[in-house]
Design a binder for this molecule. Structure first.
Ligand SMILES: NC(=O)c1ccc[n+]([C@@H]2O[C@H](COP(=O)([O-])OP(=O)(O)OC[C@H]3O[C@@H](n4cnc5c(N)ncnc54)[C@H](O)[C@@H]3O)[C@@H](O)[C@H]2O)c1
Length: 350
């Protein structure tokens, strides 16, 4: 069996490569280390690429840009047909998009269409996973009647959305950030290719994804970066909401297991779209994450509070996976909050 993984050196891409190579698949990766270019040397995914190539001699990474139709077409002409395609290459950061609107839109929207169109022409029977994001819903979650508790914002336990917002949430008439809007464009195009051309494409909308392979940087990879700051003594700046903003954090391994459920399902609907996350099993506020990292690492964090709220930021971000869990009842979270935080901290304790 053969797979194509875009963004193959990044967090989700590399986890997918590992999962498939361990299962004996032939995997072709595409990555151009744009993460290093965007967020600096510390965020470069080149070391992850080298690790994967060393561990899996059959794994091939092609250095190509998803925005370049000739390069992508050449990859398909060389390696297609594929059985499975996971599209995880992206400009993933909210704030970076503010001053890089063209690159952000080219990568997240145009690059996605380049891939979809090439897939349609050269390998249309492959199951295709599109990594979208909960940011496509904009900041509507801030309209919920959140209560300010000691360490977090949260809903009252008897609120019908306590388990999270579902997929019926509106996509527009709210604030997204340019990143959220470019990802919404890619998400809509992926769904359109699925329904218009009847292609087996599935769209996932996670909140925060984490894992030790994440090259955490100030602008992206929040939990990995926070843990790195606590471990190394680097100052961590909390932007707004007193650090009580809550995030759902799914481990990249659990996300890839969700992709796999879809791959194995012969009746997966064309254009199925799902919120995906760890929900009430793994979420924390920034204050809670810092306290957990301090305890696990045995170190005190250096923290600075800024009153400035990031434009379009969410106070509370948990989305319900009921739709996915109902369709795929065998899928379970294997990394709860404690296990995820430990997995992030452990490499610093070696
Ligand atoms: N990490 C999160 O918290 C999170 C949350 C929700 C959704 N997502 C989505 O999941 C997907 C994967 O995110 P991630 O955390 O693995 O990001 P990542 O930055 O770790 O990985 C993305 C990879 O894509 C590569 N890339 C970027 N632009 C490219 C281009 N033009 N051509 C080729 N390669 C390119 C980067 O170099 C990087 O290695 C993205 O679509 C992202 O928007 C991530």
């Amino acid at each position: 069996m053969k797979a194509l993984v875009t963004g193959s050196s990044g967090l989700v891409g590399s986890e997918t490569v590992k999962f498939l190579c361990d299962a004996g698949w032939e995997v072709i990766g595409v990555d151009n280390d744009m993460r290093g270019t965007m967020f600096g040397k510390e965020a470069s995914t080149e070391p992850e690429k080298k690790k994967l190539e060393k561990k899996y001699p059959g794994f091939i990474t092609v250095t190509a840009d998803i925005r370049n139709p000739e390069q992508i077409s050449e990859i398909f002409q060389t390696y297609a047909p594929f059985d499975f395609i996971v599209h995880a290459a992206a400009q993933p950061a909210h704030e970076w998009s503010t001053n890089h609107a063209l690159e952000d839109f080219q990568i997240n929207a145009y690059g996605t269409v380049v891939l979809l169109e090439t897939y349609r022409r050269f390998s249309p029977t492959a199951k295709f996973i599109h990594c979208s994001t909960s940011k496509v819903y904009g900041d509507s979650v801030n309209e919920l009647p959140l209560q300010e508790l000691e360490t977090r914002f949260d809903l009252p336990k008897d609120h019908p959305k306590w388990e999270g917002e579902d997929e019926s949430m509106r996509l527009d008439a709210n604030l997204h950030s340019l990143f959220g809007a470019s990802k919404a464009s890619g998400d809509i195009m992926a769904r359109e290719y699925a329904t218009y051309f009847n292609l087996p494409i599935t769209i996932f909308r996670p909140v925060c994804i984490s894992g030790p392979a994440h090259k955490g940087a100030k602008l992206h990879g929040y939990l990995a970066y926070l843990v790195k700051c606590v471990a190394t003594g680097e100052k961590y700046i909390i932007n707004g909401y007193k650090g009580k903003q809550v995030r759902d954090n799914i481990h990249s391994y659990d996300l890839v297991r969700a992709f796999w459920e879809v791959y194995q399902d012969p009746n997966a609907p064309c254009g199925g779209f799902y919120n995906i996350g760890a929900g009430r099993e793994s979420n924390n506020s920034i204050l809670e994450a810092i306290a957990q990292a301090e305890k696990l690492l045995g170190k005190k964090a250096t923290v600075e509070h800024s009153d400035v709220v990031r434009k379009g930021d969410h106070k509370w971000c948990i989305y319900s996976c009921k739709k996915f869990r109902t369709k795929y009842p065998n899928w379970k979270i294997t990394y709860n909050n404690n296990r995820l935080m430990k997995d992030l901290c452990d490499p610093y304790l070696l």
